[in-house]
Design a protein around this ligand. Structure first.
Ligand code: NDP
Length: 277
C-alpha cells in the first residue's frame, strides 16, 4: 500500500516548520507518512482542498489565511472547532467525511501548563489581537478559569464583538489598546500578527503585573519584538510560540494517527537549531 499523505496549506508557507515537526513525530512513533508544505491562497483553497482529498490525501493542516475557509469546508466539526469558527486540522474519516478540528488553543494551554508550569486559574489574562489565532485560544483559556480575560485589539469593535461571542463562558471583555492604561495582568498573550513585521501594539509601561509573564504566539529565529518587550518590562517568563506550534501539531498527529508523540524532544531540537549561528 502507499504511504499516507498529509500536508499544510497556507500563504506564505515557505518557512513553515510543520513538515519538519511531523516528520520527526513520524520517525519517533514509527509511522509511515509523508507531509509537505503547499502554497495555497484563499482563492485557490476550494479547488486545492477538494483535489487533495480526492487524490487520497489523509489529512491537512491549514494556516493563515485559510482557517475560516477550512472551517466552512469541514463536513463534521469538533465542539472546539465549532466554538472558535476556525479550523487548523482536517482529517479524512473512515466514512469518507472530513472532520475539522482546532488544536491551536489546546496546544497553547498544554505549552503553558505542561512545558512552563504557568497556571491560568485565578489569573488576570490579556490577549492582544482579535483575529483567527485569538478566536482559537479564547475557549481553551476560559476553560482554565482565569479571574478575568480581556481582549484588546487595534480595531476595538472586533475585540468587543469577539468578547460578546464568548461572554456566556466567563468574565471576558473587549477593548482598544488605549483602554489598557490603568490595567494590570499576570499573563499577556500576543495574538496579533504585528511581530511578524517586527512591530508591537502600543502598550502602556505598567501593563505587566509583578511576577507576570508574556507569551508571543508568533515565533522566529530571533526573539520577537513582544518577547523583547516582556524581558524589558520584567517578565518572569517571556516566551514565543514555538512550543505552541509543536503542541498543536502533536494534537493533530493524534487525531490523524491515534498516537500522541512526545513533544519535549522536538521542541528542544528546534530550539537548539535556531540558536545556532
Ligand atoms: P489574523 O490576520 O487573523 O489577525 C491579525 C491580528 O493582528 C488582528 O487582530 C490585527 O488587528 C492585529 N494586527 C496586525 N498588525 C498589527 C499591528 N501592526 N499592530 C497592532 N495589531 C496588529 O492573524 P492570526 O490571528 O491568524 O495570527 C496572529 C499571529 O498568531 C501570527 O503571528 C501567527 O503566526 C500566530 N500564530 C501562531 C500559532 C502557533 O502555533 N504558534 C498558531 C496560530 C497563529 P486588526 O483587527 O486591527 O487588523
Amino acid at each position: 500500500s502507499t504511504t499516507d499523505r498529509y500536508a499544510v496549506f497556507g500563504s506564505p508557507i515557505k518557512h513553515s516548520k510543520s513538515p519538519r515537526i511531523h516528520r520527526l513525530f513520524a520517525e519517533q512513533t514509527g509511522q509511515a507518512l509523508s507531509y509537505e508544505a503547499l502554497e495555497v491562497t484563499a482563492e485557490a483553497f476550494p479547488d486545492e482542498v477538494g483535489g487533495f482529498f480526492a487524490a487520497g490525501g489523509k489529512g491537512l493542516n491549514c494556516t493563515v489565511p485559510l482557517k475560516e475557509l477550512a472551517y466552512r469546508f469541514a463536513g463534521v466539526k469538533t465542539e472546539r472547532a465549532e466554538r472558535s469558527k476556525a479550523v487548523n486540522t482536517l482529517a479524512l474519516q473512515t466514512d469518507g467525511t472530513v472532520l475539522g478540528d482546532n488544536t491551536d488553543g489546546c496546544g497553547l494551554v498544554t505549552d503553558l501548563l505542561s512545558n512552563h508550569q504557568l497556571t491560568l486559574a485565578g489569573k488576570r489574562v490579556l490577549i492582544l489581537g482579535a483575529g483567527g489565532a485569538s478566536r482559537g485560544i479564547i475557549g481553551p483559556i476560559l476553560e482554565q478559569a482565569p479571574s478575568r480575560l480581556v481582549i484588546a485589539n487595534r480595531t476595538a469593535d472586533k475585540a468587543v464583538s469577539l468578547a460578546e461571542e464568548f461572554s456566556t463562558r466567563g468574565d471576558i471583555s473587549g477593548c482598544g489598546f488605549e483602554a489598557l492604561a490603568q490595567s494590570q495582568f499576570d499573563l499577556i498573550l500576543n495574538a496579533t500578527s504585528a511581530s511578524l513585521s517586527g512591530q508591537l501594539p502600543p502598550l502602556p509601561d505598567h501593563l505587566l503585573a509583578g511576577q507576570g509573564s508574556c507569551y508571543d504566539l508568533a515565533y522566529g529565529n530571533e526573539p520577537t519584538a513582544f518577547v523583547r518587550w516582556g524581558i524589558a518590562h520584567g517578565a518572569r517568563l517571556s516566551l514565543d510560540g514555538l512550543g505552541m506550534l509543536v503542541e498543536q501539531a502533536a494534537e493533530a498527529f493524534l487525531i490523524w494517527r491515534g498516537v500522541r508523540p512526545q513533544t519535549r524532544p522536538v521542541i528542544e531540537l528546534l530550539d537548539q537549531e535556531r540558536k545556532k549561528p
